[in-house]
Ligand binder design. Structure first.
Ligand code: GLP
Length: 244
């Protein structure tokens, strides 16, 4: 789906999410959303907040699982994905915070493996992710699944690619402040979602978007595994679609 700009594309994505939430609510069911951070989903979250305020879209039946978090990371830090999600979505809608799940950046190192297994189990317990939102990193990462990450990977601790850390540096006030590790849902966890929506805006994403859609499926570009999923929608603006 190629749109003139990120704004119009994001409105359509938000509409799809709202439709899912409402149709689940009508059946008395929960909508399980897989959420992403970064700049790509920002306009979607802004539109969802607007729909909550102006159209009465309720998040009471929404359960969320975020993809990832830096490690170590204090949830109260302005650099945390907890802070990001509250600022851009959760603080402005009627979601029950007990239904919000974000990988912890404060878990003790020796407890990480068990923690990640519990995160996976919790997703399963809720019947799996109905709709997974994704952005793409310049390394071809989805979540923080840096190359090489294969289709079997589940929630785990990873080391960040130098390119990813460099891209994050301005927000952290310098490369030396960017964590070297993260906890992320795996490529396999992402592929388990019933539907995936990938968003990319701007020419800086054009090369990796082309690689994701037309390149050989390989752990060297983790996003290529989306080619194996049977229900993926890719939303692009004209810049990001330039090399297709
Ligand atoms: C970070 C996030 C990813 C995100 C990527 C792209 O690495 N962990 O989930 O997709 O950045 O960010 P942006 O959307 O700002 O381009």
């Amino acid at each position: 789906n190629v749109y003139a700009d990120a704004e119009s594309a994001s409105k359509k994505v938000a509409q799809d999410i709202a439709d899912l939430i409402r149709s689940k609510a009508e059946k008395g069911e929960n909508a399980v959303l897989g959420l992403a951070t970064g700049s790509s989903p920002l306009k979607v979250y802004a539109e969802l907040v607007r729909m909550h305020k102006e159209e009465g879209l309720s998040f009471k039946n929404v359960i969320t699982f975020n993809l990832d978090e830096y490690y170590p990371m204090d949830p109260s830090s302005e650099h945390s994905y907890v802070y990001f999600m509250k600022k851009n979505l959760f603080d402005h809608v009627d979601i029950n915070m007990e239904n919000v799940n974000i990988p912890s950046g404060t878990i003790r190192r020796k407890e990480i493996e068990e923690y990640c297994a519990t995160y996976e189990a919790k997703i399963k317990l809720h019947g799996g992710v109905d709709l997974q939102l994704l952005g793409i990193g310049r390394t071809g990462h989805i979540g923080f699944n840096e190359p090489p990450s294969n289709e079997k990977t589940l929630t785990r601790m990873v080391t960040l690619d130098p390119i990813t850390r460099k891209d994050a540096a301005p927000g952290f006030g310098g490369l030396e402040n960017v964590p070297t590790e993260a906890v992320t849902m795996g490529v396999g966890s992402i592929l388990n979602a019933k539907k995936v929506i990938m968003m990319a805006w701007g020419e800086s994403k054009a090369a990796i978007v082309n690689e994701m859609m037309n390149g050989e499926v390989s752990g060297q570009v983790p996003a290529t595994y989306l080619q194996l999923h049977n229900n993926v929608a890719v939303f692009l603006d004209e810049g990001a679609a330039k090399e297709l």
